[in-house]
Write a new protein. Structure first.
Length: 94
């Protein structure tokens, strides 16, 4: 299971535990659920930040490759640069 799926599972399961604990008057279960939910949310934000940062890196790499490929007349390098730019755009918008 991927990290993102684990984070989502922690958020959903934690939220359910929290709600059930509150509904049945069990503060221990509610607290454990809240902690698990928060853990999943924080981990997801960290994963999102990492992916965004990787996207910025790919965009920069792609811009450089495209510029160098254009300057030296290398269409293969230009195409590789365009691919990295596209990958970076996708990663920054996840």
């Amino acid at each position: 299971m991927t990290t993102r799926l684990n984070n989502t599972a922690d958020q959903v399961i934690g939220g359910a535990k929290q709600n059930i604990g509150q509904a049945i008057g069990n503060p221990t279960l509610a607290g454990e659920g809240a902690a698990q939910k928060t853990k999943g949310e924080v981990a997801q934000k960290a994963a999102d930040a990492k992916t965004y940062t990787e996207g910025v890196g790919h965009s920069i790499q792609g811009n450089i490759q495209s510029a160098v490929g254009s300057a030296v007349g290398n269409p293969t390098l230009q195409a590789k640069g365009a691919g990295n730019q596209a990958l970076g755009n996708v990663e920054r918008n996840i």
